[in-house]
Design a protein around this ligand. Structure first.
Ligand SMILES: Cc1cc2nc3c(=O)[nH]c(=O)nc-3n(C[C@H](O)[C@H](O)[C@H](O)COP(=O)(O)O)c2cc1C
Length: 350
């Protein structure tokens, strides 16, 4: 067993976290991760507040272990309402990204913990100052929204600047990776791409098969997928999107579908759009339009397995993924390999 500040703080057996992944994280996947001794996080970006509550209650039916939710704060009022639900439901861990948290004291009041997600050293320092209990640091290798700096560079810098536990995200899937993250100053790893390739993951079989064939060079980074720099599986459609212009028609179509999906009425939808366009927003209208277009294509990939039109976010760790184990098999083998790696390295000390 490996004990770290992460396992102590969150009360789980292993220093491993399921990354919040919109669409991919289901109550079943989250509970499987928790029941196997790691920390499961459910991404609520696709949920209305009522759906978030139902999913939280479903997770509680499937596990009695600690778990968390992940919310994108750029979603404005919808994000506020979902966070309110999570607080009412006393969700043990609230993980936020893309925004400033206003709810830390409320979560602490019932004994919950807050994890901020960042891809920048300065934001990690800020998250600690704001009162976060831990931070996720996303390196360039990651699926979806990493930035340019790599884990190898960022972790030691952040570890020298903050005292709260660091969870390293981006590029993990093995015990050697976990051992390396701990050596660099992290207390745990967060895995997205790897957990999406497990038996319990609902990602469509077509994309699981494409991922198994992919190497570490088969991903592509662009801000054209959803308006923010993101890494996706390289396919004819993602290559075409990267070369193409602004998808105006798709953006409108996607915006409309997003409105339907989140069950917003028109005033709510327009209000949210204006809020996101406001002076302090880092996400101007064209980013939102891209997000709307991307939203459609992500669901086409994950739910429908549409390899001709769908976009599938995936990280460089694809190069090391050559099977579809159960969640428990994956976690157990990572822990065995991590312990062996640490023991071997310790034995090298003369
Ligand atoms: C399909 C998919 C959806 C994602 N959705 C979210 C999300 O809703 N919120 C978030 O903070 N990160 C999201 N991410 C990023 C992951 O939380 C995590 O940072 C990333 O997967 C880590 O890199 P890895 O894939 O190399 O393990 C998503 C990633 C994927 C693959």
């Amino acid at each position: 067993m490996i004990k770290t500040p992460f396992t102590e703080l969150f009360g789980c057996k292993h220093p491993i976290m399921l990354a919040g992944m919109n669409w991919v994280t289901t109550p079943e996947l989250v509970a499987a991760v928790c029941n196997a001794g790691a920390l499961g996080i459910f991404a609520t970006a696709r949920c209305t507040p009522d759906e978030a509550r139902q999913n939280i209650r479903k997770i509680r039916e499937l596990t009695d272990k600690p778990f968390g939710i992940n919310q994108l704060l750029i979603l404005g009022q919808v994000a506020r309402d979902v966070i309110d639900v999570a607080i009412e439901e006393k969700v043990p861990v609230i993980n936020y990204t893309l925004g400033k948290p206003w709810f830390i004291d409320q979560v602490h009041a019932y004994g919950g913990k807050v994890i901020g997600t960042t891809a920048y050293v300065k934001h990690a320092v800020k998250a600690e100052q704001l009162g976060c209990d831990a931070i996720i640091v996303t390196g360039a290798e990651a699926a979806a929204h990493g930035e340019e700096a790599t884990t190898l560079v960022m972790l030691p810098i952040i570890a020298s600047k903050v005292k709260i536990p660091i969870i390293s995200a981006g590029g993990y899937g093995s015990g050697r990776g976990l051992a390396a993250a701990l050596a660099l100053g992290a207390s745990a790893i967060s895995m997205g791409t790897r957990f999406a390739l497990t038996k319990e993951s609902m990602v469509h079989e077509n994309f699981k098969q494409l991922c198994l064939k992919a190497s570490e060079n088969d991903t592509i980074v662009s801000s054209k997928f959803d308006g923010m720099r993101g890494r996706a599986l390289k396919t004819p459609v993602t290559e075409r999107i990267v070369k193409g212009g602004f998808p105006l028609v798709e953006a409108f179509q996607g915006a409309f579908e997003t409105k339907q999906y989140l069950k917003l009425n028109w005033p709510q939808f327009i209000g949210l759009s204006f809020k996101m366009m406001s002076a302090d927003s880092e996400h101007p209208i064209w980013v939102q339009a891209r997000q709307a277009a991307g939203f459609r294509r992500h669901t086409m990939a994950i739910y429908d397995g549409n390899t001709k039109e769908g976009i599938y976010f995936a990280g460089q760790i694809l190069g090391a993924c050559d099977d579809v184990p159960s969640v428990k098999e994956l976690i157990d083998r990572i822990m065995v390999e991590a312990e062996a790696t640490i023991k071997k390295n310790n034995a090298a000390i003369a």
